[in-house]
Design a protein. Structure first.
Length: 94
């Protein structure tokens, strides 16, 4: 059991990058070989889409940012608390 704990705490923090495209706001999360994107339209009033990468297919939609972030963390295989959300992305969601 202590081996798992040591392995978990020594994992690198997922990279989190906030960008805005012509159509949407994106929080791009990368960890190991996995990439997940949480996206919302530029107007900021639509549901959040969780996708498997910038051009990946939509996996799920959420109203709340916390639920989308939880799903993204699960897909990346990291605890949600390990994801450092850039301030620009903190107001995403409905």
């Amino acid at each position: 059991m202590s081996y798992l704990l040591a392995r978990t705490t020594s994992m690198p923090t997922p990279a989190a990058t906030y960008i805005e495209t012509d159509d949407e706001r994106q929080l791009r999360l990368q960890h190991a070989s996995a990439e997940v994107v949480i996206a919302q339209n530029r107007d900021g009033y639509a549901m959040l889409a969780v996708r498997g990468g910038p051009e990946g297919r939509e996996l799920e939609r959420y109203y709340g940012f916390d639920m989308a972030l939880d799903h993204a963390a699960e897909l990346l295989g990291v605890p949600i608390g390990e994801i450092e959300v850039p301030p620009e992305a903190s107001d995403m969601g409905m």
